[in-house]
Design a protein around this ligand. Structure first.
Ligand code: CP
Length: 316
C-alpha cells in the first residue's frame, strides 16, 4: 500500500479489518517491522485522537515518530502553483513536502477543506500536492473530503459488536454551532457502502452529501423513520454540500437523546469525537450504556496499525 486516502485504496477491506482485530489481540507481534523506519505526522489542523492513536500504532510497530503542527510551527505555507511569493507565505508545499520526504519513510498528513471553494476541496488539491511532492507513502489523517482512518475504526467497531450479519446502520446529521467539513460523513458513507449493511442516511433538507459518497444508501429527511429499528446510530454534523459550507438550520430536534433511542433496536451510538455535549448528543446518551465513542477511539489505534503495517511491508 503506497497511499491510504479512501476505501478505494484498500484491495480487501474485510482482510484489513481482520488484520486490525488481530493486532488488537497481539499489538507487538510486528515490533521489528518498523525498526529504523520513521513516520512523520504532519498537521495543518488540530487533533487529539488521530495524533495520539497513530503515534501509538507506529510505536507498536517499532517505528520512530516525528510530529509537527505545520500550521503553527512551520513557515507559512503557500499551496498555489505559479504565484510570486511576495506576500505572507514563506515556503511552498512543493519544497516543504519534498523536504519531509527526505526525513520520513511514511508520512501522515492532515489538511481540512476551505469550505469556500468546493471544486478545489473536492479535487483534494492540497492533499494530492502533498502526496506528489513528498515522494513517500502517505496516510490521510483527514483530508478535505474523507477521514479514512476514522472510518476504518468505525467499521472495526461495528464488526466487533454487531449481533446480526446485516445490521441497520444509520448516519444522522446533528446540530452544531459552526460549519464543519463533510469529510467524516462522506467517508463513513463510503466505507458503509462497502460493507453488506442496511445503511441509511438522514439529514434535514439541504444537507445532501455528494452523490458519489451516498452511493446505495437509503436517504430520508425523516429522522424518526430512519432510527426505527437501528442497530447502530452514527451521529455527526456537516455543513451543506450544495450550498457549500453553509449552516442552513439550527437543527432543533435533531440531537440524539434517550427518547430518540427508544425508536431504535437498543442501538449502539457512535461519534468520531470531539463532540459538543448537549448539542449533538445528550449527556445521558454519551454517559450511558449505548455509547460506543470510546470503543471507536480505541479502535483508531488498530486501524492505524493495520494500515502502517501494510505500508511498511510495501517499502522497498
Ligand atoms: N476523530 C478525530 O479524528 O479526532 P481528532 O480530530 O482529535 O484527531
Amino acid at each position: 500500500m503506497k497511499i491510504f486516502s479512501s476505501v478505494n485504496d484498500v484491495a480487501d477491506v474485510q482482510k484489513l479489518v481482520s488484520q486490525a482485530i488481530s493486532l488488537k489481540k497481539k499489538p507487538f507481534v510486528d515490533e521489528q517491522l518498523g525498526k529504523h523506519k520513521t513516520l512523520g505526522l504532519i498537521f495543518l489542523n488540530p487533533s487529539l485522537r488521530t495524533r495520539l492513536s497513530t503515534q501509538k500504532a507506529a510505536m507498536n510497530l517499532g517505528m520512530q515518530v516525528i510530529v509537527m503542527n505545520l500550521d503553527k510551527e512551520g513557515w507559512a505555507l503557500e499551496t498555489r502553483d505559479g504565484v510570486i511569493m511576495n506576500g505572507s507565505t514563506v515556503e511552498h508545499i512543493r519544497e516543504a513536502a519534498g523536504v519531509m520526504g527526505q526525513y520520513c519513510d511514511i508520512i501522515g498528513f492532515r489538511s481540512f477543506p476551505s469550505l469556500v471553494n468546493r471544486d478545489e476541496d473536492y479535487a483534494e488539491t492540497i492533499f494530492n500536492k502533498f502526496v506528489k511532492f513528498s515522494g513517500v507513502p502517505v496516510v490521510s489523517l483527514e483530508s478535505a473530503t474523507r477521514h479514512p482512518l476514522q472510518s476504518l475504526a468505525d467499521l472495526i467497531t461495528i464488526e466487533e459488536l454487531k449481533k446480526t450479519a446485516k445490521p441497520r446502520v444509520v448516519l444522522t446529521w446533528a446540530p452544531h454551532v459552526k460549519p464543519l467539513p463533510q469529510a467524516v460523513a462522506n467517508s463513513f458513507a463510503e466505507w458503509m457502502n462497502r460493507a453488506d449493511y442496511d445503511f441509511v442516511i438522514t439529514h434535514p433538507q439541504g444537507y445532501d452529501l455528494a452523490p458519489e459518497f451516498v452511493g446505495d444508501a437509503i436517504v430520508t429527511n425523516n429522522q424518526d423513520e430512519a432510527l426505527a429499528g437501528a442497530d447502530f446510530v452514527y451521529v455527526k454534523n456537516w455543513s451543506s454540500y450544495n450550498d457549500y459550507g453553509k449552516v442552513l438550520t439550527d437543527g432543533e430536534g435533531w440531537a440524539i437523546t434517550n427518547e430518540k433511542l427508544k425508536l431504535t433496536n437498543n442501538a449502539g451510538v457512535m461519534h468520531c469525537l470531539p463532540v459538543r455535549r448537549g448539542l449533538e448528543l445528550s449527556h445521558e446518551v454519551l454517559d450511558g450504556p449505548n455509547s460506543l465513542v470510546l470503543n471507536q477511539a480505541n479502535n483508531r489505534v488498530w486501524a492505524a496499525q493495520a494500515v502502517l503495517k501494510n505500508m511498511l511491508e510495501g517499502l522497498s
